[in-house]
Design a protein around this ligand. Structure first.
Ligand code: EPZ
Length: 415
């Protein structure tokens, strides 16, 4: 199995371009199912989750072509409405195809989704919303059989601002009868990107980015041409990598306003950050603790940046208290960081990090996508060589990280 071999100690300096957003491209790929026409999607990240989403679309009967970071998808001949278990298990976000399949066929069969082990990953908010829209859902042998010939728009108050549930409801509602109003909706930028994609197809969606999203059902949708927004979590990851090595770098093709909570935490930790248009410059001479990091729904500190930022705080002066409020079990990376000499005390959803002078390279294992990113950051700052195994987790969300980091002067190889 491939590994990353990283020799730490180099300050990362130079210029890199940020990839398109993984958490945008996945719902957008699902959205192509509701279009009667070809969709052209630019700035599509070349990562394994994208490949899995394309596999699902091809399995359903879509025509798919992809060259570099552009993807062409034509779902006009899609007749199938069942996603094979093997593909569902490859990533949790495959549940996002449910809403789109219901929009297109009025029925769908999926098995329970897989993905990062971040604690229980229920989909009760998705399913109860669909039932409110008139979908009959039967669970048998680990699969969900969903039937709703005509979806009816309605008011859907979400008990929690779930990103996936907000997106799934939008996809089910775009061709439903009447209007759907989602209250307590998630406000992540990827939801606004999905709204823009759907409206470019001729949908009538408004309010994304706020807590109330309104979808007026239409009869049909055409293909469209769309450019995916930058990945704000990949941006956060490379900012932390530069800061952890006391470097100085320019990140292009970003969207600084999507990272306000993270940027203020980095400034609190002593980083100099310049924001201009679509680029961010970061430099860091003296790194201190950010004192307290509490993950929250957007626009709060993103849960996906918790692990990368923890990797950074392991080598900051002072102690940082992390509180992970979104997922139950998102500290699996702690034991691996401790193998490198990190001083971290986890207690339920809280973890206290005491920064150390130097981490030591060691053999470690990626536990999930962002936990793997934390290990890369720690390894870049550590003394000596680190080998990270199970890097398929990292490949799910980061486009060739070894090339990007090498461009900044890191000593990293995929072996
Ligand atoms: C999306 O996952 C992202 N994935 C996650 O990114 C991200 O961590 C998460 O949103 C929160 O921002 C994609 O967009 C593909 P949620 P999602 O529904 O939609 C509970 C990454 O690293 N919940 O907002 O699954 C759930 O258990 C990934 O890129 C229910 O209880 O997140 C969790 O505790 C990891 N019932 C919380 O809500 C439901 O029906 C947040 O989940 C749905 C969710």
């Amino acid at each position: 199995m491939p590994k990353f071999r990283i020799e730490g100690g180099n300050s990362l300096c130079g210029v890199i371009d940020i990839q398109g957003a993984k958490n945008s491209i996945l719902p957008i790929m699902a959205a192509t199912l509701v279009a009667d026409g070809e969709c052209v999607i630019e700035n599509c990240p070349d990562i394994s989750d994208t490949h899995t989403a394309l596999e699902i679309l091809k399995t359903l009967g879509a025509q798919v072509k992809h060259r570099g970071n552009t993807v062409w998808v034509d779902c006009r001949n899609v007749l199938d409405y069942e996603i094979p278990d093997s593909l569902m298990r490859k990533m949790r976000s495959s549940v996002i195809f449910l809403g789109a399949l219901l929009s297109r066929h009025g029925k769908a069969v999926i098995s329970f989704p897989g993905g990062c082990e971040l604690g229980p990953r229920p989909i009760d908010l998705h399913l109860s919303a669909f039932e409110k829209m008139g979908v009959a859902i039967r669970e048998e042998f680990g699969s969900l059989f969903c039937n709703g010939q005509t979806l009816q728009g309605c008011e859907i108050p979400l008990a929690f601002p779930s990103v996936g549930a907000t997106e799934n409801i939008m996809l089910a509602a775009v061709r439903a009868r009447g209007t759907t109003v989602i209250t307590n909706a998630a406000r992540e930028p990827e939801i606004e990107d999905l709204q823009n994609f759907l409206n470019e197809m001729g949908a009538s969606v408004s309010g994304a980015g706020s807590s109330t999203v309104v979808i007026c059902g239409v009869d049909s949708l055409t293909g469209c041409h769309h450019r995916v927004i930058p990945d704000r979590i990949v941006t956060a990851t490379y900012l932390c990598a530069v800061a952890a090595t006391r470097g100085n770098a320019l990140l292009r093709n970003t969207c600084p306003r999507h990272n306000t909570a993270l940027l203020s935490a980095l400034r609190q930790a002593g980083c100099e950050i310049e924001e201009r248009g679509d680029y961010l410059r970061i430099s860091c001479d003296f790194l201190k603790s950010a004192r307290r990091i509490r993950t929250m729904p957007y626009p709060g500190f993103p849960t996906d940046a918790q692990a990368p930022f923890m990797g950074l705080m392991c080598v900051a002066k002072g102690s940082t208290v992390f509180v992970e409020t979104i997922f139950e079990n998102r500290y699996k990376h702690i034991s691996e960081l401790q193998r490198m000499g990190a001083n971290i005390t986890p207690e339920g959803r809280v973890a206290v990090v005491e920064g150390v002078k130097r981490l030591k390279g060691a053999p470690v294992q990626a536990t999930d996508l962002r936990g793997g990113a934390a290990l890369m950051i720690a390894a870049l700052a550590a003394e000596g060589v680190t080998e990270i195994s199970d890097i398929y987790h990292i490949d799910r969300g980061y486009e060739r990280p070894e090339d990007v980091l090498t461009q900044l002067g890191a000593k990293i190889q995929r072996i």
